[in-house]
Design a protein around this ligand. Structure first.
Ligand SMILES: [Zn+2]
Length: 169
């Protein structure tokens, strides 16, 4: 473990919550996210692909959450790094994602797969900023016109309006 690891851990776990938004993103923040993504990548379980991935994100209370890909002999059960990152988000207190970074085994910037764009959108919305291979962009660019929780709320309201009142048991 390097001193940078210790600093990152202290930053994540020992400071009081400080609300942050996309307006607060600095180069220092992106640097911290990259360090954490690299650390997470070193924890990946990728015996089948030999393609470790690490991801890190800033939460709106100032926490940093992270994840790594966790493969499985039944390939369809494999978890992307974003999956364990979102698990870390909830297990460490919930909140909204503000900024996201992801690296491969060589430390190069990775784009989230299609499924994970949907996964991240649910917990960061259109405004969260992602570090993509060609630069930093909001989720509204990474996943345009996204389907999300708001659509289900509309569905629920429609159902409550009586259009399905003919269904009886
Ligand atoms: Zn994915």
């Amino acid at each position: 473990m390097t001193s940078a690891d210790v600093e990152a851990s202290e930053h994540v776990w020992s400071e009081e919550p400080i609300p942050v938004s996309v307006d607060d993103l600095s180069e220092d923040t992106w640097s911290l996210l990259r360090d954490e993504a690299l650390r997470a990548m070193s924890q990946a379980y990728a015996p089948y692909s030999s393609y470790p991935v690490g991801a890190a994100a800033l939460v709106d209370d100032g926490r940093i959450v992270s994840g790594a890909n966790i493969e499985n002999a039944s390939f369809g059960v494999t978890l992307c790094a974003e999956c364990s990152l979102v698990s870390d988000l909830f297990m460490s207190g919930g909140g909204r994602l503000v900024a996201f970074d992801c690296v491969d085994g060589k430390g190069a910037t990775l784009a989230p797969c299609g499924r994970c764009r949907q996964l991240l959108f649910e917990h960061g919305g259109n405004d969260m900023v992602l570090n993509m291979p060609n630069g930093r962009v909001p989720m509204s660019v990474v996943l345009p016109e996204a389907f999300g929780p708001a659509h289900l709320r509309v569905e629920a309201q429609t159902e409550g309006s009586g259009s399905h009142s003919a269904a009886k048991h």
